[in-house]
Design a protein around this ligand. Structure first.
Ligand code: SF4
Ligand code: SF4
Length: 123
């Protein structure tokens, strides 16, 4: 337990030392923690089309759409406008086909821009 006034002392020291506490984002790149969850990547080569990601998604952000690549002929399509970035799909995927990137600048002009889907490889 910090002693009373210790926090105020720390704030005062930062202010007096004139260290900058903020960054000039977006003019400077934002510092992102290594494990932050941004836009996900889906690897169609690993995907089995099992639908577990869709079943376990608490935000109903995943739809299964047709695919020529997977065994079940289905693959997930992620809707970032619904996604709460909880990480459940990544954690529950038995094939390790989902991975989060640190890409967090996800604003876009069309609903299609919020969709993450992997291309079927050409035969
Ligand atoms: S991404 Fe993973 S959990 Fe989702 S369908 Fe493919 S293999 Fe199954
Ligand atoms: S991160 Fe969570 S909310 Fe987003 S698609 Fe995966 S399971 Fe659904």
């Amino acid at each position: 337990m910090p002693r009373p006034g210790a926090m105020q002392g720390e704030v005062l020291r930062t202010v007096l030392s004139r260290k900058t506490a903020t960054i000039r984002y977006p003019f400077e790149p934002a510092v992102r923690p290594e494990r932050v969850r941004g836009k996900m990547k889906h690897d169609i080569e690993k995907c089995r089309g099992c639908s577990l990601c869709k079943k376990d998604c608490p935000a109903a952000a995943i739809e299964m759409i047709p695919s020529t690549k997977t065994k079940t002929k289905k693959k997930p399509e992620f809707d970032l406008s619904r996604c709460i970035f909880c990480g459940t799909c990544e954690a529950h995927c038995p094939a390790k086909a989902i991975e989060f990137t640190t890409e967090f600048e996800l604003a876009c002009f069309t609903p299609k821009g919020q969709i993450v889907v992997s291309e079927d490889p050409k035969e």
